[in-house]
Design a protein around this ligand. Structure first.
Ligand code: 13P
Length: 291
């Protein structure tokens, strides 16, 4: 069912839970995520990467996700993740996204605020005042769409955060941007961690007392379950996953493709394994974050 992202997150936090958000590059994964949420009886968030939303096919995917969300028996929101391009943002909202992460975290502080305000203004002017805005303060290292391990030849994401959220800025940032959710940098990174993640719970705690709006933890792949379970107590109501979901699907496809080719080029069967892999991951994550 259609639901405002801030309401899904707010009611989860009231129960001491957080809502997982999963990047969906395709409809098979989205079906699996929504299926897992329906079985768990919990709300969920479908994330669309900005590179996806920048294409015609990606905008069609957003419309399809919108339809899936509206038909679901549990609250589902569709969010455009990490966007800074106004054209992409307005097109994604027109296609059906009901929330946007207006991401100015790589910009200087005042420019970050200006970007979020500009996005709010542009959406309001287009009759989209109900679109929920997340903003990000502090910088996350790593790539949103690709993850490299230390031994894979690519550049690992590492644990070198681009800059922890400065808790002293939080009140001013939230007041001036009007953001409804705040993504924070507390040692979390996109992609694979170099060694063990070292989350700064002290910084998160300090942020949590400075604002009443829900906090968002990006880069959750690789953070141990018992660590993530602590997040709702610090007002983290939304936790974003991408890498672990992709890793599971790709490993499943790698393991299953030969047998399915031998079985009459059985793409339908292979897609069922894809769905099962994503669904198992989403179900485990929903369970881990729920109270
Ligand atoms: P991971 O790929 O590290 O799970 O991060 C996902 C994310 O934060 C999407 O916004």
């Amino acid at each position: 069912m259609r639901a405002q992202l801030d309401e899904i997150v707010g009611s989860a936090l009231q129960r001491g839970s957080a809502v997982p958000a999963f990047t969906c590059y395709d409809f098979t994964t989205a079906l699996a995520v929504v299926g897992a949420a329906e079985e768990a009886g919990r709300g969920v968030i479908l994330l669309v990467a900005p590179k996806t939303a920048a294409t015609t096919n990606g905008l069609r995917l957003i419309s399809a996700l919108r339809g899936l969300a509206d038909e679901a028996s549990v609250p589902v929101a569709v969010q455009l993740d990490h966007a800074s391009d106004l054209e992409v943002i307005t097109a994604a909202v027109a296609a059906g996204a009901d929330s946007v992460l207006a991401d100015g975290s790589s910009l200087p502080y005042e420019e970050n605020i200006a970007l979020v305000r500009e996005v709010r203004k542009a959406l309001d002017a287009r009759g989209s005042a109900d679109v929920v805005l997340e903003a990000e303060l502090g910088g996350l290292a790593g790539d949103e769409d690709k993850a490299f391990g230390a031994d894979s030849g690519g550049e690992p994401s590492g644990n070198d955060v681009a800059g922890l959220t400065d808790s002293a800025q939080v009140e001013d940032f939230v007041a001036r941007t009007g953001a409804q959710l705040l993504a924070v940098a507390v040692g979390n990174v996109h992609g694979k961690y170099k060694g063990e993640p070292e989350l700064r719970w002290d910084v998160l705690q300090d942020i949590a007392v400075r604002t009443r709006i829900p906090l968002v933890l990006h880069g959750a792949s690789g953070i141990p379950a018992d660590e993530l379970a602590k997040a709702p107590a610090m007002n983290v109501g939304k936790v974003n996953f991408n890498t672990e979901l992709r890793t599971g699907v790709l490993a499943t496809l790698e393991a299953q493709t030969a047998a399915h080719r031998a079985d009459g080029e059985n793409l339908q069967g292979l897609l069922a394994h894809w769905n099962a892999s994503a669904k198992d991951f989403a179900a485990a994550t929903l369970g881990m974050l729920s109270r």
